[in-house]
Design a protein around this ligand. Structure first.
Ligand code: SF4
Length: 390
């Protein structure tokens, strides 16, 4: 029911989590109010094995929900209200400590658009991975706390080699970025010696050292158009590469087979159904979605392109085909508009690993630092510089 494609299942150790009640989550950080089909009674979600106290969206108390549901006593409701009040108090204390430490240690906090709302609200800047890394490089702070996944923190380190870059959840990885190694890029080079090698920003720093150009989902078509070679190896995302190929039929684009499991969950029928149920809505799809989804969308847009689109649009309803937390960001631009996730909210589990206590621990102990060999930093910046110069 939830998982239409075995390859899109979250990796172990996740287990199925059944939505038992429509009013279970009132926590600030949870995206439940989007009211998408997957949040309705009987829908299924996934949580980490043994992690029975948290839902994947935020700080919801999974156990509390069960207790509240199984008890009809007014006392229990009162107890839960008290627990929620305490939790909010705890959060506000953590936030206060984070702000104090941030000031004392001269740190800047940046958060990707897919982070939990509570983390986005805490950050000094929110945005996409390269935009944030460039922004952080321009700031005067000595420490960058990057609330995101590992390749993003690596990119920040490449652009700010003298700064300390902290990734609050050091094991937050990206399946797409990890699907290609530097050795595989070498093999592509041997096989296609005349081709330019273009790497999506969602790659490790080591892979970037092997690329000629770096691109983002926002500029991939423009950058590849400007490259003076006809043959281009595009890696690792197949759908983004296909989008480039479609827009540049004169180029010979060789695709790697990588994919983002989150964007792979959006299907053509989701767009068809969305158009039927909300004919007045504008449908925005990220270029990491399947080509047939992009074909039907009103706009193919990266997260950074969705913001001006929504801000400047006269439409009042938007259906968003990317990770669900993007809606939190877009609502800030258009509080008057209604937002829905395309086909049901889709979650990047790595992005949701970072919680307030992780940010606090990271700032307090400075143990979750992302470091790179000097040689990697010097080589990985080259494709990024070439992209900027092109
Ligand atoms: S949404 Fe996809 S590409 Fe982005 S971090 Fe998650 S797995 Fe990686």
């Amino acid at each position: 029911m939830y998982c239409r494609d075995r390859t899109t299942c979250p990796p172990e150790p996740w287990r199925r989590w059944i939505v038992l009640s429509n009013d279970f989550c009132r926590e600030q950080a949870c995206l439940f109010p989007t009211q998408t089909p997957e949040h309705r009674v009987g829908a299924t979600r996934w949580v980490a094995q043994g992690d029975s106290t948290n839902c994947p969206y935020g700080n919801c108390r999974f156990k509390e929900r069960l207790v509240r549901r199984s008890s009809s006593s007014r006392d229990m409701v009162g107890v839960n209200k008290e627990r929620r009040r305490k939790k909010k108090m705890e959060d506000s204390e953590i936030l206060k400590k984070i702000q104090e430490l941030k000031k004392a240690k001269n740190a800047v906090i940046i958060a990707h658009n897919y982070q939990l709302p509570v983390i986005q609200d805490l950050a000094d800047f929110t945005g996409d991975s390269l935009g944030l890394s460039r922004k952080a490089a321009e700031t005067k702070e000595d420490i960058i706390v990057f609330c995101g996944v590992k390749f993003m923190a690596e990119t920040a380190k490449v652009l700010s080699p003298s700064k300390k870059v902290l990734l609050p959840k050091i094991n937050a990885g990206c399946e797409l970025a990890d699907c290609i190694t530097a050795d595989e890029v070498d093999e592509y080079r041997k096989k296609y010696p005349d081709a330019a090698v273009v790497g999506y920003v969602n790659t490790t720093a080591e892979v970037k050292t092997k690329c000629d150009y770096c691109v983002t989902s926002a500029n991939a078509v423009d950058i590849v158009r400007k490259i003076d070679k006809k043959q281009v190896v595009f890696l690792p995302d197949r759908n983004l590469g296909s989008w480039v190929k479609k827009n540049l039929p004169d180029k010979e684009i060789i695709l790697h087979g990588g994919r983002c499991y989150v964007h792979h969950k959006f299907k053509k029928e989701d767009v068809v159904n969305a158009k039927k149920s909300h004919p007045e809505a504008k449908i925005l799809a990220h270029p990491e979605c399947f080509p047939e989804v992009l074909e039907l969308a009103d706009s193919v847009a990266s997260t950074s392109q969705m913001i001006p689109y929504v801000r400047d649009s006269k439409a009042k309803v938007f259906i968003i085909g990317t990770e669900e937390a993007m809606i939190h960001r877009l609502k800030k631009e258009r509080p008057d508009a209604q937002f829905y996730s395309l086909g049901g909210a889709q979650t990047c589990y790595s992005m949701k690993m970072t919680r307030l206590p992780d940010v606090l621990n990271s700032l307090e102990k400075e143990e979750t630092e992302v470091t790179l060999p000097q040689e990697v930093i010097e080589k990985a910046i080259i494709p990024i510089q070439r992209m900027v110069e092109l």
